[in-house]
Design a protein. Structure first.
Length: 278
């Protein structure tokens, strides 16, 4: 429609039915992820109730929930969870910083890659438990050795993910950017960053998952607090509900941190799609 030389384009309103359908999809998406664990928990609770199992070695969800409530009421659960979260946060930060720097250098420079990558690949094959005696000898039995072990676990997926992403950038696209005389900042913003960002975010999520795995190894030996300590304490005192409760807490916190990381990265990935289309 044109009014006095000005063209006005009327946007099609979104029908209420479509808006409700989109809202329902957003609500059901996380609910679907709960179907399997909640269903398994209900089935096991029912099996114990009807006498198919005594629930001694694998306690029912009701008993696990009671244990977690008791630990939360005394403040033990919060104290141990906070200690573990702080360790993972510190190790994740150090591992990401080192992995990002080394991955970018190795991906960009063939000489640097040939120098450092064989050694790093050999170190990556070392089991996490093998590092513990050495880190305790070097750094002591307290927090520094635990954070260092977590950082090692985070480092390798971040390093490999970023190095592979940088290496996979199409050199022809880079040459086009040089032909258009893009500045260094513009080259990074318009070409390199959109190319590596999706793989980098996946590497961060993978590194975070390994950080949660490595913190268990760090806390199983020489820890006086943390969720790993709850596991050892439950084993020594014969409390299977406490052991399973600590495992469930690990799963919930680990999934929550992964969701936070994915949510924070989502706007940047959408921005990357817009930049790529432009």
């Amino acid at each position: 429609m044109s009014l006095v030389g000005v063209t006005v384009t009327a946007e099609r309103p979104v029908p209420a039915r479509e808006a409700n359908a989109d809202r329902l999809v957003r609500i059901m998406r996380p609910v679907l992820g709960l179907v399997l664990p909640v269903g398994a928990a209900l089935l096991w609770e029912l099996a114990v109730k009807v006498g198919l199992s005594d629930g001694r070695l694998v306690p029912p969800p009701s008993r696990i929930l009671e244990t977690l409530i008791d630990l939360a009421r005394t403040g033990e659960l919060q104290r141990h969870a906070t200690a573990t979260i702080l360790r993972v946060a510190a190790g994740f930060g150090l591992g990401v910083a080192a992995g990002t720097m080394m991955g970018a250098i190795a991906g960009y420079s063939m000489l640097a890659r040939r120098l450092v990558d064989p050694t790093l690949q050999a170190l990556r094959a070392i089991p996490s438990l093998a590092w513990i005696p050495l880190f305790i000898l070097w750094l002591g039995i307290f927090e520094t050795s635990k954070v260092a072990l977590i950082a090692v676990g985070v480092f390798f997926p971040v390093y490999l993910g970023l190095m592979g992403a940088v290496m996979s950038v199409d050199r022809k696209v880079v040459e086009v950017g040089r032909i258009f005389r893009l500045s260094g900042f513009a080259m990074v913003r318009r070409i390199l960053l959109p190319a590596v960002l999706p793989a980098y975010v996946l590497a961060l999520r993978s590194g975070l998952g390994l950080g949660w795995m490595f913190v268990v190894a760090a806390e199983l030996l020489g820890a006086s607090e943390g969720l790993g300590y709850l596991l050892v304490d439950g084993q020594q005192l014969g409390k299977p509900a406490q052991i399973v409760g600590a495992i469930v807490t690990f799963a919930v916190i680990g999934k929550t941190t992964d969701w936070i990381l994915a949510t924070v990265a989502a706007p940047f990935l959408r921005w990357e799609d817009v930049v790529a289309r432009n």
